[in-house]
Design a protein around this ligand. Structure first.
Ligand SMILES: *Cc1c(COP(=O)(O)O)cnc(C)c1O
Length: 397
């Protein structure tokens, strides 16, 4: 038995089977490269679903983490600490908003945004008790909690977890008329991924995000942009909503905010929205902890340079230009923006990601027929071209 087989057998025997990982066991990583327990190297074209936007063990981020590890790591929100004020201030400024509610995982931040919208709806908008509704879109992915999967349209994510949380209406992604139809005086929020990640990197029709913004304004509902995967540089701008010049009422952030080191998430909005929370009404033991804040501050400082957005924009244009030439027997469609692509195949995607792995490139299929490409934004042009060469080979079968 190889070390890989041995370790995989242990995972298989003792871990719940809620994932179907590629048959690799990673031992270490640097930048865009992963090394497995047998010394083989792979180019990471997934970047932990955009949580590793700045590359594995980015020196600026590991330095910030190490500095903080030697000072203080956790005090709970019962006490303030010297990283907290600067983190929330700097993140609010990056988003152009007043206030930040820090949490840990993405799903927690989405839950917090839903609670924010309901509380705001009752206490500010004046919706009658228990009547609030929130609109979501078909194909959405916002996390795995019981409430969040209540409005999922993916049977794998949803089935056998009922009874489901009421108060959500789901309309087709990109359908302005359906959205208009679904909204009423009790609508407190519209929760939207500016680009649907898990659904296969679905870019909405041009003008859709602007239409959502206008309908939210007209109906006095909060536009809640889940930028957990699309935000923080992935699409060539800090936020994916910028491609349509749209400013949501609420940003939901996660993944890359933790620099690939810690789970760090946040809800960001103005004081008239996040101001609804008073002491004791919401919280998290680990949310806003010193280590998370120190890493998050470094992530924000890196984003402020604009370097990563620029890399995603120029290398992403190059990647999409090459992917656009792929069409043929194997490829039905290529979607995406910046260094982010969903390559829709005519056949099953799993065998392609397995062949890619054999060629030294790690990319994971999403659903049955889509290969998702989302390399760390620090990738060099030569490495990117090499990975795309391997994809061409893998697609030939
Ligand atoms: C990953 C993701 C989430 C959930 O984040 P977790 O940290 O896995 O809970 C929510 N929304 C979007 C758009 C995501 O991509």
């Amino acid at each position: 038995m190889t070390p890989t087989d041995q370790l995989r057998a242990m995972s298989e025997d003792h871990s719940a089977h809620n994932y179907h990982p590629l048959p690799i066991v990673v031992a270490d990583a640097e930048g865009v490269w992963l090394t497995d327990v047998e010394g083989r190297r792979y180019l990471d074209m997934l970047a932990a679903y955009s949580a590793v936007n700045f590359g594995h063990r980015n020196p600026r981020l590991t330095e910030a983490a190490k500095r903080q590890l030697d000072r203080v790591t956790l005090v709970s929100r019962a006490f303030d600490h010297d990283q907290f004020g600067p983190f929330v201030g700097e993140l609010a400024e990056l988003c152009g908003k007043d206030m930040v509610l820090p949490m840990n995982s993405g799903a927690e931040a989405v839950e917090s945004a839903l609670k924010t919208a309901r509380k705001w709806g009752y206490e500010v908008k004046g919706v009658p008790a228990e009547q609030a509704n929130i609109i979501t879109f078909e194909g959405n992915f916002h996390g795995r909690t019981t409430t969040i999967i209540s409005f999922s349209t993916d049977p794998d994510a949803k089935d056998s977890y009922g009874p489901y949380t009421p108060g959500f209406r789901t309309v087709p992604y990109g359908d302005v008329d359906a959205l208009k139809e679904a909204m009423d005086g009790s609508t407190v929020g519209v929760l939207i991924e500016p680009i649907q990640g898990e659904a296969g990197v679905n870019v909405p029709p041009s003008g859709f995000l602007r239409a959502v913004r206008e309908l939210c304004t007209a109906n006095g509902a909060l536009m809640i942009a889940d930028e957990i995967q699309s935000g923080l540089g992935r699409t060539g701008t800090t936020f994916a909503v910028e491609h349509e010049g749209v400013v949501p009422d609420v940003y939901v952030l996660g993944k890359a905010l933790g620099g690939g080191i810690m789970p760090v998430s946040a809800v960001v909005a103005d004081a008239d929205v996040l101001g609804v929370f008073k002491p004791g009404q919401h919280g998290s033991t680990f949310g806003g902890n010193p280590l998370a804040c120190a890493i998050g501050r470094e992530v924000i400082a890196m984003l402020r340079t604009g370097e990563f957005q620029e890399r995603s924009r120029t290398l992403g244009a190059h990647m999409h230009e090459r992917l656009g030439r792929l069409s043929g027997d194997a490829v039905r469609e290529v979607r995406g923006r910046g260094l982010w692509a969903g390559v829709e195949l005519t056949g099953k995607a799993r065998p392609v990601s397995e062949r890619l792995m054999g060629l030294g490139v790690l990319a994971k299929e999403t659903h049955e027929t889509t290969i998702r490409l989302a390399p760390p934004l620090v990738i060099g042009r030569d490495d990117l071209d090499w990975a795309l060469d391997q994809l061409e080979i893998a697609l030939k079968g």
